[in-house]
Write a protein that binds this ligand. Structure first.
Ligand code: 4GM
Length: 239
């Protein structure tokens, strides 16, 4: 899998050299190519922004350097082209998983107050947001997206790690976890986890997941496929 990142702040992506993601890139498991949009300006001042038509505060990214950089890295539109923006559809684990099946992803990072609408209309397949807040640029959202997607690529997580039993994988938040020591500062690990009864452990974890989800993110319960945990005759959608 290959990511192309287009940005006027390529240094942001130096962070990829560290961490598990950097190791996976070094191992050739996947590739991240960062392109500086400023290299595609044609004027001598290398200008990438301008004031908005119609007035208003702040600056917008001017269309031509963006258009030329996209055409340079993806001339045949082989990549799925994403623009990070607060008005995009919200990124979630389901979306992350579906992006992980793409061969190539191009992520355009906007800075200032955003970019000229015409490059969005001409070149972008999807606007994506990491949450309901505004940042100074799309670089951190792009890093979040690359990180979340990379975890689904074979060879990024350690051999024991798994994306199957974590938060959101069953539509619920994850249950509490414990490691050694058995008693820490007087607090014991819940007994059910020490007894080795797998059915009891699964039930306890489900109960805790439901409890935590209800408390912190009741909105997730609307879509979580929790019907499967009810006795068969009480299910609305029998399988
Ligand atoms: C305004 C319009 C993405 C600001 C377009 C980008 C937050 C997100 C920007 C833009 C961003 C997000 C740049 N801030 N919630 N800032 O994913 O690209």
């Amino acid at each position: 899998m290959k990511f192309d990142i287009l940005t006027v702040f390529p240094e942001y992506f130096d962070v990829l050299k560290h961490s598990l993601i950097g190791k996976a890139i070094g191992d050739g498991v996947f590739d991240v190519q960062v392109t500086n949009i400023r290299d595609f300006t044609l004027d001598k001042h290398k200008k990438t922004d301008d004031t908005p038509y119609g007035g208003g505060a702040g600056m917008l990214m001017t269309p031509d350097p963006i258009a030329r950089s996209i055409e340079h890295v993806d001339p045949n539109h082989e990549a799925w082209r994403i623009y990070m923006s607060p008005r995009g559809a919200r990124l979630n684990q389901q979306k992350v998983e579906s992006l992980a099946s793409c061969q190539r992803i191009l992520i355009l990072c906007g800075d200032y107050e955003g970019i000229d609408q015409r490059v969005i209309d001409m070149f972008i397949d999807e606007e994506l947001s990491i949450g309901d807040y505004v940042l100074t640029g799309g670089e951190l959202p792009a890093l979040v997206t690359v990180n979340a997607v990379a975890r689904y690529i074979d060879g990024v997580l350690g051999s024991n790690a798994s994306t199957e039993e974590e938060s959101f994988s069953n539509g619920l938040l994850e249950y509490p976890q414990y490691t050694r020591p058995e008693v820490y500062r007087g607090v014991s690990v819940p007994k059910v986890l020490l007894d080795g009864n797998h059915k009891d452990i699964a039930n306890w974890r489900l109960e805790k997941s439901l409890e935590i989800t209800m408390k912190n993110r009741p909105d997730l319960l609307v879509d979580a496929p929790i019907d499967q945990y009810l006795p068969k005759k009480k299910r609305k959608h029998k399988k």
